[in-house]
Design a protein around this ligand. Sequence first.
Ligand SMILES: [Fe+2]
Length: 403
Amino acid sequence: MIKKISTNDLRVGMYIEKLDVSWVNHPFWKSSFKIESKKELKTIHASAIKFAWIDIKKGINIPEQPAINLNVSDTGSIDKPISKETQNFPKSSIEDEMKTAKIVLDSAKQATQAMFNEVRMGVSVNTEDVAPLVTNIFESVSRNSSALLCLTQIKNKDDYTYLHSVAVCALMIALGKQIDYQGSFHKLGMAGLLHDIGKMAIPEDVLNKEGKLTKEEFDIVKNHPRRGYELLKEAKTDICDTARDVCLHHHERVDGKGYPDGLTGKEISLEAKMGAICDVYDAITSDRCYKKGWDPAESLKKMASWKKGHFDDQLFRAFIKSVGIYPSGTLVKLRSSRLAIVIEQSDKTLLEPIIKIFYSCSNRAQIPIKIIDLTSSGEMVESIESPKKWGFTRKFIIDLIST
Ligand SMILES: [Fe+2]
């Protein structure tokens, strides 16, 4: 679908079908393209072009509300927190949000990968291109957090580090919303995106090693928060204190057994405690070169058993609320012997989410899809099931959610 919008409303991730200019004065060599960077946006803004036609099927849509002003400076830094009012976005269905979230995730992954690769090659950290994507992630999470959180669960060994960073960014924003975070959501998201940048200072053979690490190799890996902190100190663009702090302290534990500084409870900032929870949750739900990821519900159970001493108790409870006891994407078996995928959390209770029924266990066959709200149906979750046990891939689950 094509929409005419003011060039002031253009965003990274939008697909330009046409600019309101003759080809002679066109600032780009092709007339239809996706805006991939802030630099391209600046080129359009620097021209006299007032309007553009965007294709919302090929790129992100214009927000239904006026774009939030995050006060992102040219260097990607921001100072003012987002006001309460601008945090209220109209809710979208998971099916609709999946379409936008796929595009947001794709752009965010590419920009993060480019930034991280430059750092690996010795270039200073430059957040200019990723800063607008944090805004896109904030908006998608605000409309429906389940979509982006489901999608970030599919990673392969080559894109793990970048997608993990995007996932932690989205999870921190979702957790921030849950606890009514009073600081800047952009700084919070940026902190999630940059928390593991120190891994770019770790030799790739150590970072991606499939076998057990030697003591020396483990020491190198454990040094990544400090290396990340140093990289952020020398960055080309302004990096907020929140991002530096989360980068340095996301492996601290409330019992003081974490690293690098062995800080305890009160010495660790709220944001670093949030980072610790989001980082561990995404890491254990992801497939890695050395292990298969656990499903979201199983991961929460494991984390609950470690939480004494590891995580801040109150914050962990808020985290469960933000992702759900049966997080979206969880495969469940119902009392009626049917399988369903959790697609949405209920406002009433975490135990009765909204689900998509698609499979009969007795016939071992797919059945017509039916969406039901467990709070108002006679149905009940009997157990959490492993998709692998039933022969479903994560991609199948995502496709099922999207349709
Ligand atoms: Fe880390």
